[in-house]
Write a protein that binds this ligand. Structure first.
Ligand SMILES: Nc1ncnc2c1ncn2[C@@H]1O[C@H](COP(=O)(O)OP(=O)(O)O)[C@@H](O)[C@H]1O
Ligand SMILES: [Mg+2]
Length: 252
């Protein structure tokens, strides 16, 4: 039995613009399991990013509840929410969003400012991450001196520096070429195998194949939920067919 790490109850998220209400997420009941690599797919504008922002606490929800490790986080505000975010979640943004005037090392370190974490363990963590992502020799470089793939790896290090319970990623391979994308996906696979819970939005079939569960979002609701645990990882053909047919049946 897997533990539920995130649960939503009747989650709604709406935007109001020009006096019009846009109900993006509609009465969503969803469980996300600890240790899973959960993929969120759906057509452009279906609300994938909105869902990710809502369940991670990055954005306020309109109504309903979001539980993180059984704690209702939907009513947390200000400092309490900020500290939960810093201590428990890591987020890789769609646009990478590194701080241009900080070098690689400082970018990765930036979420640790104002945390109560011990400096020694942070430093050990950062050198371990730099090592794993083959970035050690780049740590003094600035973002504009690096390739897209390298920058995305820095963004992943930054998201992991506080050992988050859940790593969220919004189309992390969206702006990368295919070999850079593969490299970044290998990192996600690697950290998932080490027990990290991941929730990733993607448009990319190859990226989706890395997950063990695929949620398909349509009109603010979950229209499909494919669990891949029982499909042998080595048997990639069977897995690929499964995912391909699932997405096809959803009109992807
Ligand atoms: N900050 C915002 N203000 C107003 N509307 C928004 C905002 N963010 C998203 N939306 C709207 O919500 C819908 C879903 O957007 P989004 O979650 O970005 O979709 P996806 O990530 O699936 O492409 C779109 O109609 C978009 O215009
Ligand atoms: Mg999006």
């Amino acid at each position: 039995m897997k533990n539920i790490i995130i649960r939503t109850e009747l989650l709604c998220k709406s935007f109001v613009s020009d006096g019009e209400v846009n109900n993006v997420i509609k009465n969503l009941d969803l469980d996300i399991y600890e240790g899973d690599f959960t993929i969120i797919m759906g057509s452009s504008g279906s609300g994938k990013s909105t869902l990710l922002y809502s369940i991670s606490g990055l954005d306020e929800i309109t109504s309903g509840k979001v539980f993180f490790e059984n704690q209702n986080i939907s009513s947390l505000r200000g400092k309490k929410m900020a500290s939960l975010r810093k201590e428990k979640i890591g987020f890789v943004f769609q646009g990478i969003n590194l701080i241009p005037n900080l070098n690689v090392y400082e970018n990765i370190l930036s979420p640790t400012y104002k945390t109560r974490r011990d400096r020694k363990s942070i430093e050990a963590n950062i050198s371990n991450l730099l090592d794993r992502m083959e970035l050690s020799s780049h740590k003094n470089k600035f973002p504009n001196q690096m390739s897209g793939g390298q920058k995305q790896k820095v963004a992943i290090c930054r998201a992991l520096i506080n050992n988050p319970k859940v790593l969220y990623a919004d189309e992390p391979t969206g702006s990368l070429n295919s070999s850079q994308g593969e490299q970044v996906l290998d990192i996600f696979t690697d950290i998932h195998k080490n027990g990290q819970s991941i929730v990733m939005v993607t448009h990319d079939l190859k990226a989706a194949l890395r997950g063990n569960r695929i949620l398909y979002l349509k009109d603010g609701r979950i229209d499909g939920d494919l669990k891949l645990d029982e499909y042998d990882e080595e048997n990639t053909k069977e897995r690929e067919d499964m995912v391909y047919h699932f997405l096809k049946s959803k009109g992807w």
